[in-house]
Design a protein around this ligand. Sequence first.
Ligand code: ADP
Length: 513
Amino acid sequence: MALTSYGPLIGAIDQGTSSTRVLIFASKTGELITYHQVNVKLIYPKEGWVEQNPNEILQSVITCLSKAVENLKALNINVADLKAIGITNQRETTILWDKLTGKPLFNAIVWLDMRTSATVNKLLANIPDNDKDVLRPQCGLPVTTYFSALKIRWLLDNVPEVKAALKEKRCLFGTVDSWLLWNLTGGVKGGKHLTDVTNASRTMLMNIHALRWDEKLCSFFDIPMSILPEIHSSSEIFGYINDGPLKDIPISGILGDQQAALVGQMCFKQGDAKNTYGTGCFLLYNTGSQPVESKHGLLTTVAYQMGKKKPVTYALEGAIAIAGACVQWLRDNLGIIKESAEIEHLANQVDGTHGCYFVPAFSGLFCPHWKPDARGIICGLTQFTNKFHISRAVLEAICFQTRELLDAMNHDSGIPLKSLQVDGGMSVNSLLMQLQADLLGISVVRPSMPETTALGAAMAAGCAEEINLWNMDPTKYPKTITDTFLPTISATERDKRFQWWKLAVERSLNWKL
Ligand code: ADP
């Protein structure tokens, strides 16, 4: 039987907080051909601590790669059509490993983890007014628990195996992209210890103007530069897979997951923006060739650099720690639902929350508040409140938090967004999308192909020099089919509910034990 051909194929490894996926796209059409997904366990050893096993992360990727290859064979597609692989990953999550044995020196400390709040306070104790924005001019970020530098500092201070490995020059640091790249390209037998500008921009150690590790930033956190990976652009050949069914295929793209979604949504023009609803929720706004310093609690970050000699593009970012994670909490901690998707059915049983507001500040509150000691609260309860109202309040919480981001974004950019492009695992929830349009008062546009994060990584891999299989001009591809959700409530109603939300946030911010 003749083989089926879609022309050259590009793969994407999408290593997220909740799961790992490998997806294969046709480079000529952007069509998704096949994929495989494996869930990844989150470990909660103590209150506020969130870890993952780096070996489980790696194994999930290896499994997904071989299953995706099996899928291709089952579809009668020649595996040799697969020409390159891109990596996109949960950002900030920090792994230290031993370069001689290849073994992790500790579990991965996940971006949501709060254990470094004492480290943050200690570092800021010597800064006038304890100003958490003291490093913003160099790295675009406030000093908070979220970013990798704090997590590295904690590991260096608290884990004897790390101290020993550092002393003996065996210790390497990587965000998840680097850990995967090093292992897939050979590990102890010459694995490549590299990262890209987008992931590096989330460590607090890279100067976002010079795109290099910054001596002053490293010395602020007292982190030796010798453990850091080399910084490259997002689109170039990083190395070749050295084992398994995809041996010798180049890895030619790396992008942090939120930046990959921006690329996958084709937000290439200054002023383009997207909001991704996954474990957390992230609104990125393309600011073009200039980094814009936020005056309203947003982050300044590198959006992408599509090749060594290509210009760099920056973004303003609003980050919410808990979005889908709260749905998982309803599932795993309260047992109200068995599957995440069930929340939509529950929330649809009522026409409103009847005054119930849920602020899911499980990891403190990120943008625009940056309050690590905020705590989650549910308020406005009456005897009448039931699981339907609480489920709906969870969905509304994600929408209200997005409204806070959008307000900050509109203030910083001076140009209010007229419509919002969305994606991510949670965006399949149509009630959530309708509530979002209602509570923002602008249209919400969802692509029918929600895997924009993986698509972005495939695009970065496909357009790399020497690969040249992906045209970055969106007009060269079939027009994306979208669903549009329009606001259905009045501005007065919207503003009233937002004021109530703010009262709930006040209580969350001022919660003291
Ligand atoms: P990540 O990239 O952070 O791993 P995903 O984009 O894969 O996240 O989305 C997974 C998250 O979305 C999980 O937290 C899950 O609870 C949530 N989720 C998935 N489907 C739905 C749904 N239909 N309604 C609400 N939440 C959902």
